[in-house]
Design a protein around this ligand. Sequence first.
Ligand code: KIV
Ligand code: ZN
Length: 525
Amino acid sequence: MAAEPDKVLIFDTTLRDGEQAPGCSMTRPEKLRVARALAELGVDVIEAGFPAASKGDWESVQAVAREVEGPIIAGLARCNREDIELAARALADAPRRRVHVFLATSAIHRQYKLNMAEEQILRTAVEGVRWARELCEDVEFSPEDASRTELEFLAQVVEAAIEAGASTVNIPDTVGYTVPDEFAELFRYLRKNVRGIERVRLSVHCHDDLGMAVANSLTAVVAGARQVECTINGIGERAGNCSLEEVVMALKTRAAFFNVTTGIQTTRLYPTSRLVSSITAMPVPRNKAVVGENAFAHEAGIHQHGVLKHYSTYEIMRPEDVGLSRSNLILGKHSGRHAFRDRVRALGFELEESELNQVFEEFKALADRKKELFDGDIEALVLRAEGAAVGPWSLEGLETHATTGALASARVRLRHSDGRQIEHTAEGDGPVDAAFKAIEAATGIGVMLRKFEVRAVTEGEDAQGEALVYVEYNQRTYRGSSVSTNIVESSGRAFLEVINRIEQAAAGGRSRDERGAAAQAASTL
Ligand code: KIV
Ligand code: ZN
């Protein structure tokens, strides 16, 4: 008889490693929305941030610890007292909390980053785990760059961390360097050579630099890992982290092979992916496995024919399993509230009655301008309403004039949450440029535009346009996005979101650069 499947814990680090990706930083309310969605998705652990990184990060971790029920809430810390105390304090109100301490162990990091000998690394790791245990029952230890660490030394550090009280040991492939067979071997080596390893939960944390994060995580599960660290849509440092939706659906679809289960409500995968994509303005590639637009689209006639006969001919998962219940049902201005609510639900969103009423009003207004509304339009309306206004600035009016062969002009009217109302006019090379310049002049914040994109969110000639704006300000990347049938308006709103993020970052703590400097000052332990 086959053994009862083991449970693999899903440790989501979208709010920590995911948020570290350039342009993916989130405000506190955004982090709370993502954390609530992750709890609904059924993740076991939410890594809510790195509390020592900045005041803003600390406050976000505290807010998630206070307000999000269900999963264990974790905070990252280097192996120094200050980081660990900050993490433990930020997590204090979480009913279930974990301090996650890390220290690099590879020769490259020891020599170039830390300038520490092996004995010092061992001592510091043990101290870090002990300090964390004084303040928190549940402690995870990560030997950063484990996959490039000498096996014998890695085993010594892991053994010492277990003796010092770590209950989870996470093995990161920090730079996405390993390959499946080698990584499985590393796990087997540790399980064979580390005393006490059977007492702890082994975890895996992979980056995607060579496109193998999911494969490496799955091979680690085969070799004994019982926690996978991952992010929604695979966002994260450089090429990103292991994608949560891919690893979860691989474990589910190939359950007979892996013989493990997870606690994930897979029907929440698609809505959660959309939410994170809209908040971070990181579009999901059309061909992305599991949650991409084309993941369940069959173009070739022979495939369509097969799927019509029986879905299993060309589909190994059902779109409904991941919460994608797309239909050809197109709503318009005659559609009633009931039909609208059913569609919103089918797309995976649960709205309070008052929110539904508000979104329905916006739906009606949009339906007056646009003949047919597709699922993408409805998603955009719901996500915009859920995320309403980052603040402190809001756009009260935007007027533009453009004629061929002459400079365009824009007039903006903005309101600040402190009560100021400011109007400004500017000229530019086209209406969008003029609108950006008018907003810069009105808010007094000048930025370097790095990237500007407009794409249609749905089909048809009256499709809504999503504008994405990336800028550089004080050597940091900020982004904004907005959707409207009027692309000059969506561009202006996206640009204003950027300005709002800059003001919020200034009010909410140190910038990433300052975080970097602080980290260096603390010898990057
Ligand atoms: O990639 C990495 O090594 C990390 C650790 C902090 C776990 O993110
Ligand atoms: Zn990482």
